[in-house]
Design a protein around this ligand. Structure first.
Ligand code: AMP
Ligand code: MG
Length: 313
């Protein structure tokens, strides 16, 4: 903890576990440290970073809270947890982390260690996923090591991430909330809380995305990835298959061509193993990856969002 805090206070990068994926953390208010994040990841400079805080009371330090948002009630419902909110910036302290945009993305992560590092150092931490830009997010310390070895001074090993997919990003700066990225908190829970909510994560060719990260290649393995419903899958010798237990039960494909990724009864189990499964598939000696298409209920929406973007890589 003190090693991580000291490095962060000195403007260095530290990879830290969160409940979503591993984050590549830096002092959110230090432009030099933020620059190191973009360099280590090879991240396009116009793609802003989520700023993590240990407690909702710090929101007002960085953001203007609109009258329609009861931040304490909101936080008691969703934080700590995999939901990021966009609000208008209060001052210039986070200009670098926000890539010059007028809004800031804030979240309280559900990771005791991460929050204790913030409290110990007194820092808010900007932290995108700790992978090379465009690639699959890391859900274990070994994933971080394979992307960041030699580039950063410290990776904290906190085991496997519980959720395994990034946070949901919503813009709450105007009356009607807008979802910019589906993620760890499902649409059902957001609708329950906000009532009306706009899904703004399907980017059309004619409009600039509200969340710049949407326009980039993302989450992609180096092998070509196809998504296919289990009924339409055909066995091919050059392919590795990512299947739920139910699909494999039905298909009975050779075990050495199958990576099991949880069960249809529990899509959270698919979410938490998705990136590890894609990384494993990518390391095998096949020519392509075929992944089962999944229902878009609950966290299934975020799973299919990541898969469809990864398949466009
Ligand atoms: P990542 O850090 O890779 O998990 O991505 C964070 C996502 O949140 C990206 O899609 C960003 O474009 C989006 N985001 C972060 N900060 C802002 C902001 N200030 N305004 C709009 N989108 C943001
Ligand atoms: Mg990322």
């Amino acid at each position: 903890m003190s090693l991580a805090s000291d490095l962060l206070l000195a403007g260095e990068l530290v990879a830290l576990p969160t409940e979503t994926v591993y984050g590549l953390a830096a002092d959110a208010t230090n432009p030099q440290a933020i620059k190191k994040i973009y360099q280590a990841k090879g991240r396009p400079s116009d793609n802003p970073l989520i700023v993590h805080i240990p407690h909702y009371s710090m929101v007002e330090q960085f953001a203007l809270i609109p009258n329609h948002l009861d931040i304490s009630h909101f936080a008691s419902t969703f934080w700590p947890g995999p939901l990021t909110i966009l609000l208008p910036k209060k001052n210039h302290s986070l200009d670098s982390a926000c890539a010059g945009l007028q809004k800031v993305a804030l979240r309280v992560p559900d990771s005791q260690f991460f929050c204790q590092v913030m409290l110990h150092s007194g820092l808010a931490l900007a932290a995108p996923s700790a992978n090379l830009s465009g690639s699959m997010s890391p859900t274990s310390a070994n994933h971080v090591l394979s992307d960041m070895d030699g580039k950063i001074p410290l990776i904290v090993n906190g085991g496997e991430c519980r959720v395994g997919l990034e946070s949901t990003v919503i813009d709450v700066s105007s009356q009607t909330a807008r979802i910019l990225r589906p993620g760890g908190i499902g649409l059902d829970k957001l609708k329950e809380y906000f009532g009306d909510i706009v899904c703004a994560f399907e980017v059309s060719k004619n409009h600039a995305p509200e969340s710049p990260g949407q326009k980039y290649r993302h989450y992609a393995p180096s092998l070509p990835l196809k998504i296919c419903s289990s009924e339409h899958m055909v066995l091919s010798p050059d392919t590795v298959y990512l299947l739920t237990a139910e699909a494999q039960e039905q298909l009975q494909f050779p075990k050495d061509q199958v990576i099991l990724m949880g069960t249809l009864n529990n899509l959270s189990s698919v979410a938490s193993s998705l990136f590890a499964s894609l990384r494993l598939a990518d390391s095998m000696k096949f020519k392509q990856i075929v992944c089962e298409s999944l229902p878009t209920e609950g966290i299934g929406l975020a799973i299919m969002n990541r898969l469809s973007r990864a398949s466009k890589g």
